[in-house]
Design a protein around this ligand. Structure first.
Ligand code: KIV
Ligand code: ZN
Length: 400
């Protein structure tokens, strides 16, 4: 099976989004964890952005030895000089150069012409290649670039020494079909350069970042750029954990492999949340608090009989400590019986029936039944005090 290289840009695209900025120590701590996770390339920063970013890039480059370390630069001399300085201590450095190629960006942002942009790409890639063995070129806003011109720009980068070509959906505008077609078209125009690796970099403005990344793999991309927890500009980038699990669970559809250690996904996600103080939404795929939580009675019953009934991947495979059966008003008797047994209470059918009746009344008021609630209820049942209204006496909610 072919391997898809995982390029993690949490420390660059992720870090540059509001609320996620990290200092040198925090970047280092996360870089060590991302290396353990098994990514192939860590983008450590954008060294021209600030002296702190340059220093952090150097620190990551000095310490990370198994992964390639990349530094970002616009196709400008000062940027490239700063990126090369950031990469000096790296065992496996990669210079990541970019320039926008869409007419919109060329005309309004860069105020340049197509011809001038191609010259600038060729010149800076050639210079970069003299100082760094591995050069990646990104055609910013590739998905909104006219395909003939995109191919011309990409060819100029390849003929000047770039061996990895990234085609970003910078504004998250593409659809899976369009994005895949762009990869096929560019690959066809690069006929004479079959060893050039094509890379996808997707933003999630339309919620399509993962779908677009998978479509790119279908169309021959062999590097995917992504971030932990999907952080990144605006709506974020492709989430690394979603991509990793999609490729694992749907190997029938995507016959490729990665070097990722899936059981490190959840600890890495937690580390990022702890460092930045920003947690993931509870319904986030793979790493959200509810990703392996079940409250509906029918689901809980299925899970207790065979977890595969309602889970497409086992929580322990991605490092989630355990699935949670949430006891609430949607739960069934079986879930209450099973949780009580885990807490050390073997129950008779009549005890469980009464317990269930009381718990549902309480769940209607308190939403979730905690272990302490459940223990208080079973004691109440065993003391025979259940004819009183379920919410009389000391409320379990008060001792939660
Ligand atoms: O979204 C984008 O186009 C980027 C490039 C700089 C790779 O982040
Ligand atoms: Zn980006």
């Amino acid at each position: 099976m072919e391997t898809v290289q995982i390029f993690d840009t949490t420390l660059r695209d992720g870090e540059q989004s509001p609320g996620f900025s990290m200092n040198r120590e925090e970047k280092l701590q996360l870089a060590r964890q991302i290396e353990q996770l098994g990514v192939d390339i860590i983008e450590a920063g954008f060294p021209i952005a600030s002296p702190g970013d340059l220093e952090a890039t150097r620190a990551v480059a000095a310490e990370i030895k198994h992964c390639t370390v990349a530094a970002l630069a616009r196709a400008k001399q000062d940027d490239v000089d700063a990126a090369l300085r950031g990469l000096e201590p790296a065992a496996k450095p990669r210079l990541h150069l970019f320039l926008a190629t869409s007419d919109l960006h060329l005309k309004y942002k860069l105020r340049t012409t197509r011809e001038q942009a191609v010259d600038q790409i060729a010149k800076m890639v050639r210079f970069g290649k003299q100082h760094c063995d591995e050069v990646e070129f990104s055609a910013e806003d590739a998905s909104r670039t006219e395909i003939d011109y995109l191919s011309q720009a990409v060819l100029a980068a390849v003929e000047s020494g770039a061996t990895i070509i990234n085609l970003p959906d910078t504004v998250g505008y593409s659809t899976p079909d369009d994005y895949a077609q762009m990869f096929r078209d560019v690959r066809a125009r690069l006929g004479a350069h079959p060893n050039v690796v094509l890379s996808a970099h997707c933003h999630d403005d339309l919620g399509l970042a993962l779908a677009n990344s998978l479509a790119a793999i279908d169309a021959g991309a062999r590097q995917i750029e992504c971030t932990i927890n999907g952080i990144g500009e605006r709506a974020g980038n492709t989430s690394l954990e979603e991509l990793a699990v999609a490729l694992q669970v749907r190997q029938d559809r995507y016959p490729v492999t990665t070097n990722l250690q899936l059981e490190k996904l959840y600890p890495t996600s937690r580390m990022l949340s702890t460092i930045t103080g920003i947690s993931v939404p509870p319904n986030k795929a793979v790493v959200g608090a509810n990703a392996f939580a079940h409250e509906a009675g029918i689901h809980q019953d299925g899970i207790l009989k065979n977890p595969l009934t309602y889970e497409i991947i086992l929580p322990e495979k991605v490092g989630v400590p355990a699935r949670r059966l949430v006891l609430g008003k949607h739960s069934g008797r079986n879930a209450f019986r099973s949780r009580l047994a885990e807490l050390g209470y073997e129950t008779t059918d009549s005890e469980i029936a009464e317990c269930y009746r009381l718990a549902i009344v309480r769940a209607d008021e308190d939403k979730e039944i905690s272990d302490r609630d459940l223990i208080s209820i079973i004691h109440q049942v065993r003391r025979g005090q259940t004819s009183a209204p379920a919410n009389s006496g000391p409320s379990a909610a008060t001792v939660r």
